[in-house]
Design a protein. Structure first.
Length: 233
């Protein structure tokens, strides 16, 4: 009888261990690109539900430099939180991360009226450039726990670039790293001379797809191997 009880407890323990953590997915990843800052340093993204409701918004750097902003709606209105790149993006849980509050519901109109957003002058202005083909992108690293940067082939040039920010609303599904795919969907050339690759990173964050803008020639910085890859990690 005792053996059966022990076996049952072990089975229950295994089942509990296999259950994903509740903090793994706080929101799906952003699915809409709303623009880039005038200097090309940041991208504005949002997760918009099928009924048009904005779940949350993000301001993400286009290079491994600066800050990650997450914009959510709570009981007291809209909250903007800010953390340094490399730390896990905050969803408004800690008062120390809050940089702006505004009463009202989170809509695109309110979003663009936030001081934080207005200061970066987000838009979609770019210099029209004809391209016969788009660049291609693949992930580097031949092992699960290797460094997975982006190898982008643009004509005769190959650049290895870090992903500025990984998962914001969910956790990294690194056990499925062999299924990840990186795709350049557009190239935005700004009047300032900054070139931004628009990418879709498939099957990365809890099986979801990321939209990321990455500078073709980011500032020369030493990017740490240990980085935050998702919510609560």
């Amino acid at each position: 009888m005792r053996a059966l009880l022990v076996a049952a407890l072990v089975t229950l323990g295994l089942a509990a261990a296999a259950r994903p953590a509740a903090a793994c997915v706080r929101a799906s990843e952003a699915d809409r690109l709303l623009g880039w800052s005038a200097d090309g340093a940041y991208a504005l993204l949002a997760l918009v539900d099928e009924d048009g409701t904005m779940d949350h918004a993000e301001i993400l750097p286009t290079a491994y430099k600066g800050f990650v902003y997450v914009i959510t709606e709570g009981d007291a209105g809209v909250v903007v939180t800010k953390v340094k790149v490399g730390q896990c993006a905050d969803f408004g849980d800690e008062d120390g991360a809050i940089v702006e509050r505004k009463k009202g519901k989170l809509t695109e109109a309110l979003l663009r009226n936030l001081k934080t957003v207005k200061a970066m002058k987000f838009g979609t202005d770019q210099v029209p450039v004809a391209r016969a083909t788009l660049p291609t992108a693949t992930f580097t690293g031949a092992k699960r726990y290797a460094t997975h940067d982006l190898a982008i082939v643009d004509g005769a040039t190959t650049a290895t670039l870090p992903v500025p920010v990984w998962c914001v609303g969910s956790c990294m599904a690194d056990e499925h790293w062999t299924k990840w795919k990186a795709e350049v969907t557009a190239v935005h050339e700004l009047a300032s001379g900054v070139v931004l690759y628009e990418l879709r990173l498939h099957e990365v964050c809890n099986g979801g797809t990321l939209i990321r803008l990455v500078q073709a020639k980011p500032p020369k910085l030493k990017v740490p191997k240990r980085r935050c890859f998702g919510s609560g990690q």
